[in-house]
Design a protein around this ligand. Structure first.
Ligand code: CA
Length: 223
């Protein structure tokens, strides 16, 4: 046990505790610049949160929060209270966040420094733009995919890798071609999802490609 853990030697507290007042954590990632530990967790009905975890702090569950019980009943006293931390971001209604990664790659320069979060219930990929410790913009990507996204990571080539959650779960790679030629993408039974240049924040289209496709190639729509 690290001797400087915040509750070492404190009567009535377990020494392994670092922070408390959490509910159902589903993602952890260290910020690449600040080194701070970011976390997200599932609220009940509404109130999924992103928190920046600091030593010894109380993150509020179940006293404060932004959700209600599944029955519709009230759970929390309020949404804020002295001595309890506020989330840096929250979702009402819930999206059921799962997995998280800060983007530091070269493949999508417009996304550098963004935080990506998968979503189970909402079936999408969240892109969050940050200003220091604040979330300043949320964009919802890949909603056409209709897959529960269990995890998101950055690969060594700067692509984003996703794991989907179903009986036929898949590993997907989010990437783009640097070529000026009209992109092609492999697809066995349907075209993969195209994200618009506007979504990407550049003039180049982004393709989501199944990592195991080797057969037919499909020409991209001109738009
Ligand atoms: Ca909280």
């Amino acid at each position: 046990m690290p001797p400087d853990n915040p509750f070492v030697g404190r009567a009535g507290a377990k020494p392994e505790i670092w922070s408390y007042g959490h509910r159902n954590a589903q993602g952890l990632a260290l910020h690449p610049a600040s080194g701070k530990l970011w976390e997200h967790e599932h609220g009940p009905r509404g109130g999924d949160e992103i928190n920046i975890i600091e030593k010894g702090k109380n993150y509020g569950w179940p006293v404060i929060g932004f959700g209600i019980d599944y029955s519709g009943a009230k759970i929390h006293e309020s949404t804020r209270k002295d001595g309890m931390e506020q989330p840096v971001h929250y979702w009402v209604p819930s999206i059921a966040p799962s997995g998280m990664a800060f983007y530091t790659g070269d493949l999508f320069p417009a996304w550098r420094g963004n935080l990506f979060v998968g979503a189970l219930a909402a079936q999408l990929l969240v892109r969050l733009e940050l200003d220091g410790d604040k979330v300043v913009k949320e964009e919802r990507l890949l909603q056409d995919l209709r897959e529960r996204i269990r995890d998101v990571r950055q690969g060594p080539d700067g692509a984003l890798w996703l794991v989907t959650d179903s009986a036929s779960g898949r590993i997907l790679r989010v990437w783009r071609r640097r070529s000026e030629l009209l992109p092609v993408v492999g697809a066995r039974d349907r075209a993969d999802v195209l994200m618009s240049p506007a979504q990407l924040g550049s003039k180049e289209a982004l393709w989501l490609k199944r990592n195991n496709d080797k057969t037919c190639a499909q020409r991209a729509p001109a738009s």
